[in-house]
Write a protein that binds this ligand. Structure first.
Ligand code: SF4
Ligand code: SF4
Length: 193
């Protein structure tokens, strides 16, 4: 069997050959976007957040599902909600959560003796929050991880995580996926706590 080869000629006009019309077209497009975004109203670019001015941070910048630095929540009696079930540390793809369990002594549940998150390893996926069966860990602080000089500074202890904590009305064991909607604002720093 003979395989034929089809020769396709690239047809170029004189304008294509000198590239000038294409260059001019590109410049016109760039200039149009520049003037529209700089002086126009309601055009793309006008709503761009001027990030880089930390003093004028706007709440609108944060989407509802923004994931900030972790925090650990409290029970009604002020003790840590976490029952050291290890769901979060198991699901964590970065393996950056380390937990050691201890008995709570007042009931049949456990509590974390150690609860450590290495924020430098964290990939901010939020899976730990999704996996937690009792609303014990959250990333709704709207707090950015601060710059650190050493890894030790980025490793948050149970105390660090509880400092940002707040009471949760979620029933231990769960009110179901909508429990956040059922909660009153407990702490003005953390609406929906
Ligand atoms: S956000 Fe993701 S990577 Fe970070 S601690 Fe949670 S599960 Fe691990
Ligand atoms: S999933 Fe929740 S309860 Fe279980 S160890 Fe993690 S924070 Fe604690």
């Amino acid at each position: 069997m003979t395989i034929g080869v089809k020769e396709v000629k690239l047809e170029r006009t004189a304008a294509d050959q000198i590239f000038l019309p294409a260059i001019l077209e590109g410049l016109v497009t760039t200039a149009r976007h520049f003037f529209r975004n700089t002086f126009g109203k309601g055009q793309p670019g006008i709503d761009t957040i001027r990030y880089g001015e930390p003093d004028v941070r706007t709440e609108d910048y944060y989407p509802d599902r923004y994931r900030g630095v972790h925090r650990l929540m409290y029970r009604e009696d002020g003790t840590v909600r976490c029952v050291a079930c290890m769901c979060c540390s198991t699901v964590c793809p970065a393996k950056c959560i380390y937990i050691e369990a201890e008995d709570r002594h007042d009931d049949e549940e456990k509590a974390p003796r150690l609860f450590v998150i290495d924020e430098l390893k964290c990939v901010v996926c939020g899976l730990c929050v999704e996996a937690c069966p009792c609303d014990a860990i959250r990333m709704d602080t709207k707090t950015h991880m601060t710059a650190v000089e050493t890894r030790e500074e980025a490793v948050l202890s149970k105390i660090d995580l509880l400092k940002r904590g707040a009471p949760s009305v979620a029933v231990q064991g769960g009110l179901g996926p909508d429990y956040r909607k059922l909660q009153p604002d407990r702490d003005p720093r953390f609406p929906g706590a």
